[in-house]
Design a protein around this ligand. Sequence first.
Ligand SMILES: NC(=O)c1ccc[n+]([C@@H]2O[C@H](COP(=O)([O-])OP(=O)(O)OC[C@H]3O[C@@H](n4cnc5c(N)ncnc54)[C@H](O)[C@@H]3O)[C@@H](O)[C@H]2O)c1
Length: 255
Amino acid sequence: MFLKGKIAVVTGGASGIGLALAVRFIKEGATVVISDINEKAVNEKAIEIGATAIVANVAKEDDVKALVEKATDQFGQIDLFVSNAGIAKFGDPFSPEGDWDFSWHVNVMSQVYAAKYVLPQMIARGDGYLLNTASAAGLLVEFHSAIYSTTKHAAVGFAEWIAATYKGNGIKVSVLCPSAVKTPMAAGVAAMQEGALEPEEVAVAVVKAIEKEQFMISTHASIWPLYSVKSQDYDKYIDLLVERRAYKLALDNKE
Ligand SMILES: NC(=O)c1ccc[n+]([C@@H]2O[C@H](COP(=O)([O-])OP(=O)(O)OC[C@H]3O[C@@H](n4cnc5c(N)ncnc54)[C@H](O)[C@@H]3O)[C@@H](O)[C@H]2O)c1
């Protein structure tokens, strides 16, 4: 899909990857709505980049419904919905259930709600595009947080399900799986600085992938050798994870 003349909504659009995507989409000729939970930031950034701001907390179904309705009322339709808002909460099996629940809603249910409310209009037109931001942590385990890894794996699974189910209805789906990107989310985590990309570099890759209607958008080729081991010898993959975990956590003095 080419972005010129298209209507795009980007959640988590006030910062980092979402903001870079919005800027790039506007450059390509799209009309862009940026949405964010941070009211001040989203209003300021929208003015700065020439987008429309809609405040929404994507963890809440009613907010996502209202976001889809407002954007559709204002622009007639949504061609591309980017479920990008996410949080990186540290956590393991001993973390409070509330930490798991919160991340589950922001990183996964937000994408389910978006599909629930935007797919009907896209299916009716026989055309539409969902781009869901997951992470390389949705393909390979990220050692710092069981919560982040688990919710991002779920996001990849959901994107695969939507792609497999609605391809025949003209629905295009991409899942964005970067490793480290230099945004406020990654700041201060030493292990996230290795090979980190600028959000603008990610945005260029995303636009190219959307033009090719490519499902997997992986910005870091470095993940695929290990992923290949995972697909061929799962037990070897687990052994390699044990080794890599010690190295990665040592970077942040976590062990
Ligand atoms: N930065 C990285 O290294 C990296 C790597 C892989 C994947 N990701 C993913 O990319 C996405 C964007 O992350 P980023 O790095 O740009 O982070 P960021 O912190 O710069 O931006 C995230 C934005 O989402 C907004 N947000 C958070 N919770 C929200 C909610 N409940 N409702 C609406 N908006 C909400 C924040 O206000 C913020 O503006 C996330 O899904 C993240 O998991 C980031």
